[in-house]
Ligand binder design. Structure first.
Ligand SMILES: *[C@@H]1O[C@H](CO)[C@@H](O)[C@H](O)[C@H]1NC(C)=O
Ligand SMILES: *[C@@H]1O[C@H](CO)[C@@H](O)[C@H](O)[C@H]1NC(C)=O
Ligand SMILES: *[C@@H]1O[C@H](CO)[C@@H](O)[C@H](O)[C@H]1NC(C)=O
Ligand SMILES: *[C@@H]1O[C@H](CO)[C@@H](O)[C@H](O)[C@H]1NC(C)=O
Length: 434
């Protein structure tokens, strides 16, 4: 998150040479780490060294951690670089590290029964928007290792809070509701939406310190799930069932936004529907499932469907939603992915758990493959083999915010231009170039 400084001509030449070297070295490192990551995914039996609660961290670059899995340098809690958009780079998401991080002084106070002052987190908006109770409830309920934090929605308290957090699916006020008071107050923007479904942050230039978005190079990255490996694979018999049994229908899709969709998902789905039966629930189709009772909708998918279209409304770096884990995987339907790139979903999802549209030359080819799986239960069940080896875990966003607020030795960070950082990472309906 550094500003580029203006340089004189001779410095530019030197900078150019250095940049060229860095890019070459960087590229080979990226390729290496990609290769390592892919090997890890294939080699399901191999376990890694750091473990917490019997779970193994999936994708940390272990160089950054000491043996206990804790950072030996707190700067590792922060993203080590910004991703050059719109290309995916295997930047560590640091989720596991941030959840388990207990600042040294905090630990010392705990050990010596010294009272630890609460950090006050002001959330702009209402409890209804944030689904977070006022007070310490969340931190206790989630058993955060660092739990001395309080949530408030009262603006009068916000001015002096330790953190001021804004939600942004069109809810960010166009200008800061009050001028920043102290350099120690952390201003953060939290958004799970793609950039064009959010308000511009242009009124906040140099205001925000931390970002909390789906992007891996956010200060606190907030995906819908984190896949972690078990220390030991589960015994085979515990999960060896035929998950295709009873499923008589093929593709389901719950979708309510059919217009102004930038990813081209409607066009693709219409093509696909020529070759395989797709049941579309919601405003864009002719099937309905009461939104007021999502559990019933999920149960219906689980019982009947083999595939679920996890088609996002935009193609933005790192952007995928609950469609993948919640609508598809959890209901034993194979997610068919459109939106996020292959490289990126590969880095996040359980190995072998999904089908990506860009692995096929045409919707027809994809349909042929889906028909093949439909006829072959063994092939279908292959897509759920990962269940023996790991599980989706809660990413405990607010535990992480709490622990980082208590970390006194984090370097200070300022976001100079959130808008550009986010919007430049979207590619319209094009194919990802990698
Ligand atoms: C994984 O381990 C199981 C037994 O624990 C073994 O049967 C299987 O061959 C191993 N698979 C690989 C790919 O090493
Ligand atoms: C931690 O890492 C940062 C960035 O890599 C470095 O500047 C700093 O000197 C390191 N601190 C310690 C104590 O190693
Ligand atoms: C629903 O739409 C599908 C595909 O567009 C069509 O084949 C089917 O006949 C429709 N069903 C009803 C009840 O309109
Ligand atoms: C937060 O951002 C402000 C404004 O740029 C800056 O002055 C301050 O040092 C930052 N604080 C932290 C703790 O990062």
């Amino acid at each position: 998150m550094t500003n580029l400084t203006k340089s004189k001509p001779f410095q530019r030449v030197i900078t150019f040479v250095f940049t060229a070297i860095l890019i070459t070295v960087g590229l080979s490192m990226i390729l290496d780490s990609l290769r390592i990551k892919f090997q890890k995914e294939v080699d399901l039996n191999k376990s890694e060294d750091s473990s917490h609660d019997g779970l193994i961290l999936h994708d940390s670059s272990s160089d950054n951690y000491d043996k206990s899995g804790m950072p030996y340098n707190v700067t590792y809690l922060l993203p080590q670089k910004r991703i050059r958009t719109p290309r995916f780079e295997p930047v560590d998401d640091r989720i596991h590290l941030q959840i388990s991080h207990v600042p040294k002084l905090y630990q010392y106070a705990l050990d010596n029964k010294i009272d630890i002052p609460m950090k006050l987190l002001y959330f702009h908006g209402s409890e209804r928007q944030w689904y977070l109770k006022e007070g310490q409830t969340y931190f206790l309920k989630e058993k955060c290792p660092v739990n001395r934090c309080l949530v408030t929605y009262k603006q009068s308290e916000g001015r002096n809070a330790d953190a001021v957090v804004f939600l942004n699916p069109f809810t960010l006020p166009s200008n800061p509701p009050w001028p920043r008071r102290s350099v120690d107050q952390i201003w953060a923007m939290y958004s799970l939406e793609a950039p064009h479904n959010t308000n511009s942050a242009s009124g906040y230039r140099n205001y925000f310190n931390w970002t909390m978005t789906y992007r891996r190079d956010s200060t606190i990255t907030t995906p819908y799930f984190k896949f972690l490996y078990y220390k030991q694979p589960l015994p085979k018999k515990t999960i060896e069932t035929n998950l295709a049994i009873g499923k008589t229908k093929k593709v389901a899709w719950m979708v309510s936004n059919c217009n102004l969709v930038r990813s081209g998902r409607m066009t693709y789905a219409r093509q696909l529907a020529k070759y395989i039966n797709i049941d579309i629930y919601g405003a864009c189709g002719n099937k309905s499932c009461r939104k007021s009772d999502p559990k019933k909708c999920y149960a219906m998918i689980k019982q009947n469907y083999k595939f679920y279209l996890a088609f996002e409304n935009s193609k933005c770096l790192g952007y995928y939603t609950e469609k993948f884990p919640q609508n598809a995987l959890r209901n034993n339907a194979i997610p068919v992915v459109l939106g996020v790139s292959r490289a990126e979903i590969k880095a996040a999802a359980p190995p072998g758990s999904y089908i990506h549209v860009e692995d096929f030359d045409s919707p027809k080819q994809l349909a042929d493959y889906l028909h093949r799986i439909d006829k072959d239960d063994n092939l279908f069940n292959e897509y759920f083999r990962w269940k023996r080896y790991g599980k989706m875990t809660n990413t405990k966003t607010w535990c992480r915010l709490c622990s980082m607020l208590h970390e006194k030795s984090l370097p200070s960070v300022t976001q100079t231009d959130i808008d550009t950082w986010r919007s430049k990472s979207c590619i319209g309906a094009r194919k990802w170039g990698y």
